[in-house]
Design a protein around this ligand. Structure first.
Ligand code: CA
Length: 224
């Protein structure tokens, strides 16, 4: 599956240059030109990586990075102008994972992007953990506090999607799009049914709830 990159950059020329280059490399790219819209796109579409310019109109890149970091672990590559290099320090404090000083060669950016995506995966390629929950994509085993849990294929896929994006609010539309691959038009309650199945299996021994309902939006994997 193509990895998704969100670009938040107000300079149209740079944003276009990045979009074209990354799309050519096979990434699925979304571009936004200001902090508010970028932050909303990051929350709605949960990209695999964010390329974030420091100097943005309105909400600046440092603030966007801080808020992104508070809501999840998406890697952030920050772009900074040459004369604002001290910002790189602030960039890291605000949660950026790496930075690149403008002007840069596309190849350099691509190398950083690939390294960040790899690093994020290499932490643990098949085993994911959240709280006392563990999920292995190799053996397709799921357990909670050592207790084995049998899941159907769809239940497994759904839980996998949650554990890939811990503490992030995932909208119903996004979950339908990624797990069922088509639009139910908001009429279907199949997601609610699957959430109920998952909860009953995950909470069979009265364990605390891990899949929380976010009213009017969707669901999030987080502790109560
Ligand atoms: Ca800028």
């Amino acid at each position: 599956m193509a990895e998704r990159i969100l670009i938040i950059e107000d300079e149209i020329k740079i944003a276009d240059f990045l979009r074209r280059g990354l799309a050519y490399e096979g990434f699925k790219v979304e571009v936004t030109h200001d902090g508010e819209t970028g932050l909303k796109a990051a929350r709605d579409n949960v990209p695999d990586l964010v390329i974030l310019d420091v100097m943005l109109p309105g909400l600046d890149g440092l603030e966007v990075a801080r808020r992104l970091r508070a809501g999840g672990e998406t890697p952030i590559l920050m772009l900074t102008a040459k004369d604002t290099v001290p910002d790189k320090v602030k960039g890291f404090e605000s949660g950026a994972d790496d930075y690149l000083v403008k002007p840069f060669a596309f190849e350099e950016l691509l190398a950083r992007v690939k390294a960040l995506l790899r690093r994020n995966k290499a932490v643990d390629q098949t085993t994911f953990r959240f709280s006392d929950l563990s999920l292995d994509t190799g053996t397709r085993e799921v357990s909670r506090g050592g207790r084995k849990i049998d899941l159907t294929t769809k239940e497994f896929d759904l839980l996998h999607f949650f554990i890939l994006h811990p503490r992030q609010v995932l909208s119903r539309e996004l979950i339908y799009d990624r797990i069922w691959g088509y639009d139910f038009g908001g009429e279907s309650n199949i997601l609610e049914v699957y959430i109920r199945y998952l909860r009953s299996k995950l909470e069979a021994q009265n364990e605390p709830r891990l899949i929380q309902t976010v009213r009017g939006v969707g669901y999030a994997l987080r502790e109560e």
